[in-house]
Write a protein that binds this ligand. Structure first.
Ligand SMILES: Nc1ncnc2c1ncn2[C@@H]1O[C@H](COP(=O)(O)OP(=O)(O)OP(=O)(O)O)[C@@H](O)[C@H]1O
Ligand SMILES: [Mg+2]
Length: 221
């Protein structure tokens, strides 16, 4: 397994947090861990370069000096759906270019942790979605489930779509993004009962998330 693709039940469910925790775990198992956030929207100029916060965080988490443009080949300024942001800039996201960047990173490292954007069917251009990207990279996929009211429907829709798409489903991670979520454990039981893929961990809600504290909650290798 050269890479892991992180998708989520929605935007803002903890993909970046989980990706960083997985990088933390992988660094204990492998010498060189690479990262990618292939398509990002919501970016500001830093050091003369348009940079997205997720990509910057992932770049800091990994232990190989990868150029920003390889980690995040498509970076758009407005925090809107990526295909709309791309359209506004007259750019079309090209999955082949992402594959080239991924291959470049993969040959420098032992494993690459790739964060998607939005959810599974988030469009990237007029035809492709995050699903097509995961299929093209052909690496196992982990679903991050943001544990909040409504997550059962989102999780089951997503996991079914993942199975239908033919990707290898590594498992799912439940992330407590709502401290007031009622009957969290009953919801987790409902997920475990209905999802064939293994639960790879349950992350607690943490006001100031500390990756070193969260990573041991994951069972991933
Ligand atoms: N377990 C948690 N406890 C507390 N806050 C969390 C937890 N997980 C995520 N958050 C917070 O929720 C917000 C969204 O998390 P994160 O950025 O990882 O989501 P994402 O799925 O990567 O979003 P995007 O779709 O924008 O990439 C962040 O402010 C993050 O710190
Ligand atoms: Mg993110």
């Amino acid at each position: 397994m050269k890479g892991i693709f992180i998708t989520g039940t929605d935007t803002g469910v903890g993909k970046t947090l989980v990706a960083r925790a997985i990088v933390h775990v992988m660094r204990k198992q492998y010498d060189k861990v690479g990262v990618m956030k292939p398509v990002a929207s919501g970016a500001v100029f830093q050091n003369g370069l348009l940079q997205n916060e997720d990509a910057v965080q992932l770049q800091k988490a990994c232990n190989v000096p990868l150029p920003y443009a390889l980690i995040n080949p498509y970076c758009f300024s407005p925090a809107i759906a990526p295909h709309i942001a791309a359209d506004l800039e007259g750019v079309a996201v090209d999955i082949k270019h992402i594959q080239t960047c991924y291959a470049n990173i993969a040959q420098q490292v032992d494993v690459v942790v790739v964060e998607g954007a939005g959810g599974w069917l988030a469009p990237l251009n007029s035809t492709d979605t995050i699903e097509s990207l995961a299929q093209a990279l052909a690496i196992p996929v982990v679903l991050v489930i943001g544990l909040r009211l409504g997550c059962l429907n989102h999780a089951l829709l997503t996991i079914n779509a993942m199975y239908r798409s033919g990707v290898s489903v590594l498992g799912w991670i439940g992330n407590s993004i709502d401290p007031d979520f009622q009957y969290r454990d009953k919801n987790i039981s409902a997920l475990k009962q209905r999802i064939a893929a293994p639960c790879l961990g349950l992350l607690p809600f943490s006001e100031n998330p500390d990756i070193a504290v969260l990573a041991p909650h994951l069972q991933i290798n």
